[in-house]
Design a binder for this molecule. Structure first.
Ligand SMILES: Cc1ncc(C[n+]2csc(CCOP(=O)(O)OP(=O)(O)O)c2C)c(N)n1
Length: 385
């Protein structure tokens, strides 16, 4: 029975607040470098990353949090159409994307803006993607947060949950056949593991051993479906066993552990092929700006996860090493705000895409059917829509 009185708006029986599995990480086989206080007391050794790498990791996570807060407010004030929060998941994607080499391919889900930043995307180009402007790399034809840029070897996700996982496995196999040494990582959520495409890709990967990391961000929920309704397995990682794919669970709110296990999976990919990493994390925010989590989860559960917030945890680790100070923090926060404000102003002023542009790039060369559809759309719009 729930221990907390549910808010009046709960439609059914609210699920009792589930404590974070990270509270029992050792027992549950979830690998860690850091404890809850950011001290290197986990089962994995401290990877002892150079200060410049640690600073890059921390700065990117703080910038991602600031982008998320700004994007949310832009959506709520009607200036942006849609938002997909990444709050709480900064360590999982920043730690793993940093562990890949600069020319590896990344197939994104939709809560990994830090991967774009790490590859050198400017804040203005990122906000142009959020605003869906014509001048952004995907020409303004995607939902905000479905990010990507061919020039950065980053492939945007398809809106159908998990549908792109086999594409990533196939691309990795092609690289293996070419023998070019490129490695791949594909992000998806716990919900995507219920899709057939996940299982097809895993089966393929077990047989053909493409050099890919399947990176599952288990953030506790798939919209309103909690993980205990998503699977009866003890973990998402263990699904790799059925397909002979190396697998493990890692504390997704521990960027050092995420970095270490992803790097190791990357290094072994040439010989061992694919790995499945389950990063145990939590979506602190809404599913999207169209969601209301107060309808299906209790505040006590979110509060328990706030204790595992990856940002203060890494900050304490840096402070203990003498690599960060309150003055550094103040400067970083002010710098993030200033850069974001500049990027928002510049991106918002960029023109939106022309309606006819949606027929471009469907095929290498336009067919008469596409041209006919474009002409009809423009005629309809001329006539008032
Ligand atoms: C095939 C399909 N079914 C349903 C949806 C609606 N939908 C969008 S996101 C989502 C949940 C995805 O959950 P998860 O994979 O755990 O990722 P998360 O959003 O939690 O990061 C659903 C059901 C969809 N986009 N595609």
């Amino acid at each position: 029975m729930p221990t907390e009185t549910p808010p009046a708006q709960f439609l059914g029986d609210p699920r009792p607040a589930v404590p974070p599995p990270l509270d029992r990480a050792r027992e549950l086989g979830i690998h860690q470098v850091l404890d809850i206080e950011g001290r290197p007391r986990g089962d994995l050794p401290d990877p002892d990353l150079p200060p410049a790498t640690l600073h890059r990791m921390y700065r990117t996570m703080v910038l991602v949090r600031a982008i998320d807060e700004r994007g949310w407010r832009l959506q709520r004030s009607g200036r942006m159409e849609f938002w997909i929060p990444s709050r709480g998941q900064e360590a999982a994607h920043v730690g793993s994307a940093m562990a890949m080499d600069a020319d590896d391919w990344i197939f994104l889900a939709d809560r990994e803006p830090g991967a774009m930043l790490l590859r050198g995307a400017s804040l203005q180009s990122l906000f142009a993607q959020f605003f869906g402007r014509a001048g952004e790399p995907l020409k303004g034809r995607r939902l905000p947060l479905l990010l990507g840029d061919r020039a950065l070897n980053i492939v945007p996700c398809m809106t159908q949950v998990g549908a792109y996982i086999p594409h990533a496995a196939g691309a990795a196999w092609a690289a293996k056949l070419r023998g070019d040494g490129t490695r791949f990582i594909v992000y998806f959520g716990d919900g995507a593991t219920s899709r057939g495409e996940f299982h097809s890709a895993m089966n393929f990967a077990g047989i053909h051993r493409p050099p890919i990391i399947f990176f599952c961000q288990n953030n506790g929920w798939a919209v309103s479906t909690p993980t205990d309704r998503q699977t009866a397995s003890a973990s998402f990682a263990e699904k790799g066993e059925a397909y002979a794919v190396d697998n493990l669970r890692v504390d997704g709110n521990d960027p050092l552990a995420v970095y270490a296990v992803t790097r190791q999976a990357r290094e072994r990919a040439g010989e061992r092929g694919a790995s499945l990493i389950e990063a145990v994390t939590y979506r602190l925010g809404f599913h999207t700006s169209s969601d209301n989590p107060d309808l299906y989860r209790l505040p006590a559960e979110v509060a328990a996860w706030e204790r595992w917030d990856p940002i203060p945890r890494l900050r304490r680790y840096l402070e203990d090493k003498g690599l960060w100070s309150p003055a550094d923090e103040e400067e970083l926060v002010a710098q993030c705000q200033a850069e974001i404000e500049g990027a928002v102003a510049a991106a918002e002023a960029m023109p939106p895409p022309e309606p006819g542009g949606q027929f471009d790039d469907v095929l290498a060369a336009p067919t008469w059917r596409l041209e006919e559809q474009r002409a009809r759309l423009l005629a309809d719009l001329d006539g008032g829509g």
